[in-house]
Design a protein around this ligand. Structure first.
Ligand code: KG4
Ligand code: ZN
Length: 340
């Protein structure tokens, strides 16, 4: 990339993770994330509590990111922040903090779209990780998003498929809640799925046209199935938990892979990159890798710390925008429904 010495601070606060990262040219020097445990008690993110926790976390998190990078704030060239999409109360904390810091240091401010961050995280310079060539397909799968995006260039992206209701992470988390698992349930379902039979129980896949996704019907199907079985055998869940988890995960992966197959067919693009918390799922990683043999795909899976919400992905977008001189004004506002 550039031979200049550019240091950018990235700040992410769109949901329930307060994060800050310093990037030097394309390489990450620090990547600090403060996850908010408080939401576990409620089985989901409570917006008011998230906003309050961001206010408490943001100063120490940014301080740590700069310190760990081994620089001082006066060496920064710009401040990049998540403008949206996300929870308004959460976004406001990062946005106002970034604005005042940039103003105080008299350096440019750079607004970043969180979804572009998940996708462009693949361009962080990281040994052993190959960058996808343009054009490629990006599938962003997390607790808040489920999209397939055609990426023609860094800032030339088109959403070609997305969910019409729940995100795929919610399908994991809500199914887990029905089974009595803690929040978020995705990682535990993943762990148990490895020990169970994926074909023990059959759940029908939702029928939605083209590249659209739908997961709300799936969650209801799991609920009715469990209610029916528990009526017949009150110990049904505990006696079959690994098989139930394996069957749920198998169905969800099937839904994602079917849509990816359709997307590669429609676009003629075989390079597939994934991002978002659900891309940590071992079954999905395996299904994508298997697709290389089966369907002729080439898949790109980022380092784990860059898949869940983080600020390194905001910093890399900040860096790419900095090189283009694409800066924000001080009157910019957060946008909860910002589109790609
Ligand atoms: O990207 P992320 O940290 O936050 C946002 O939602 O933006 O993603 C969190 C989601 C949760 O729904 C969580 O259950 C899911 O990612 N997740 C997983 C796994 N690890 C995290 N889902 C399935 N398998 C996993 N191993
Ligand atoms: Zn995210």
């Amino acid at each position: 990339m550039s031979s200049q010495n550019i240091y950018i601070l990235g700040i992410e606060s769109s949901c329930d993770d307060t994060a800050a990262s310093v990037i030097h040219n394309g390489r990450i020097l620090s990547n600090v994330v403060a996850s908010q445990k408080i939401h576990e008690e409620y089985g989901g993110v409570v917006p008011e509590l998230a906003s309050r926790a961001h206010q408490q976390n943001i100063v120490p998190v940014v301080h740590q990111a700069i310190e760990k990078a081994g620089i001082t704030k006066n060496q920064l060239h710009a401040i990049a922040f998540t403008r949206g999409p996300g929870l308004m109360g959460s976004l406001l904390v990062g946005t106002s903090f970034a604005k005042s810091l940039a103003y105080g240091l008299n350096i440019p401010l750079i607004d970043v779209n969180h979804m572009q961050g998940h996708i462009l995280a693949h361009f962080i310079e990281e040994d052993g990780f190959e960058k996808p060539p343009f054009p490629f397909l990006a599938m962003t799968i997390s607790g808040g998003h489920t999209q397939i995006v055609k990426v023609d260039n860094y800032f030339d992206m088109t959403v070609i498929g997305e969910t019409i209701d729940d995100a795929v992470g919610e399908a994991f988390d809500k199914s887990g809640k029905i089974l009595g698992l803690g929040y978020p349930a995705g990682p535990e379902i993943d762990r148990r799925a490895a020990l169970g039979n994926p074909k023990a129980f059959k759940f029908t896949k939702p029928k939605v046209d083209g590249l659209k996704f739908s997961f709300s019907g799936f969650k209801t199907a799991v609920l009715y199935f469990i209610q029916r079985e528990v009526k017949a055998n009150p110990n049904f869940i505990s006696e079959n938990l690994n098989d139930i988890c394996a069957s749920i995960q198998y169905t969800i992966i099937g839904i994602l892979i079917d849509k990816l197959k359709l997307a590669t067919k429609e676009t003629g693009i075989n390079h597939i990159a994934i991002g978002g918390g659900v891309s940590a799922n071992s079954g999905i990683r395996k299904a994508l890798k298997d697709g290389e043999q089966k369907f002729g795909w080439k898949t790109y899976i980022p380092k784990f710390e860059f898949t869940t919400d983080n600020a390194a992905m905001i910093a890399i977008v900040g860096y790419l925008k900095y090189l283009e001189g694409d800066f924000a004004e001080q009157d910019i506002v957060a946008s909860a429904r910002l589109k790609i």
